[in-house]
Design a protein around this ligand. Structure first.
Ligand SMILES: NC(=O)c1ccc[n+]([C@@H]2O[C@H](COP(=O)([O-])OP(=O)(O)OC[C@H]3O[C@@H](n4cnc5c(N)ncnc54)[C@H](OP(=O)(O)O)[C@@H]3O)[C@@H](O)[C@H]2O)c1
Length: 202
């Protein structure tokens, strides 16, 4: 998710720092492929230099990444990370709490927006390539800070989705299980994971 979204953000004109992987060479390759707006850096550099941080790690890596970024107070954290167990089969946080809210609790004074978790990574470049179409796929997002949500909506739009404001961060209690439904359709279906969704109003 981080590699693909970072590449798309860079191609859409944003400055991007790729950070957090086991091999620095992977981050450098991603930055090279993403073009002139991208570079590789440490999590601390990414956190210090960026207005918006994309949290795109497995739930089991959350404490590790947060221990490497330095203070994140005041930062906009866009999280697509789902609170999944090691097998990626069950949400370990649900119903009365969400992963996004747990991140917000762990990082005092950060501005967490939950987005991009309800889409398989495999479809992202296709959505970006067809961003000029009229009926764009939807992307739900939620958060408590209006200014941060505006930034998230712009990034969602830049990728090629129609941003759907689902409300405050607590709504991630609904969007995170919904993301598992999308994953079920994407990965257990016969037609491949290049799947997006669209809400229609009548
Ligand atoms: N994939 C999807 O379609 C999708 C969709 C919706 C939501 N999500 C959620 O988005 C999050 C990211 O998913 P993903 O599929 O992008 O995961 P991923 O491919 O495993 O990428 C996570 C990043 O963490 C790095 N990483 C893993 N272990 C590390 C370690 N010990 N030290 C340093 N870096 C480490 C990985 O680098 P390496 O290359 O070294 O492993 C990679 O850069 C997850 O929470 C997932 O639930 C994913």
């Amino acid at each position: 998710m981080g590699g693909k979204l970072g590449t798309i953000f860079a191609r859409a004109g944003h400055d991007v720092v790729f950070s957090y992987a086991r091999h620095q060479k992977k981050l450098e390759r991603l930055a090279r492929d993403a073009g002139a707006n991208a570079r590789a850096g440490t999590p601390r550099e990414a956190a210090e230099e960026s207005d918006v941080l994309l949290l795109a790690v497995h739930w089991s890596r959350l404490d590790d990444i947060l221990s490497q970024t330095g203070p994140l107070s005041g930062k906009v954290i866009l999280t697509c990370s789902l609170p999944l167990n090691a097998q990626n089969s069950e949400l370990v946080i649900a119903h009365t709490m969400s992963g996004a809210e747990a991140v917000a609790k762990k990082v005092p004074k950060s501005k967490v927006v939950s987005a991009f978790n309800s889409i398989p990574s495999e479809v992202l470049f296709d959505v970006f390539d067809s961003r000029n179409r009229k009926d764009r796929p939807s992307m739900v997002y939620c958060g408590d800070d209006a200014a941060s949500k505006k930034i998230a909506a712009k990034l969602i739009d830049d990728v090629g989705f129609d941003p759907v404001d689902a409300g405050p961060l607590r709504i991630a209690r609904y969007t995170e299980p919904f993301a598992l439904l999308v994953a079920q359709l994407a990965y257990d279906g016969r037609e491949g994971p290049e799947l997006a969704y669209r809400f229609e109003r009548y």
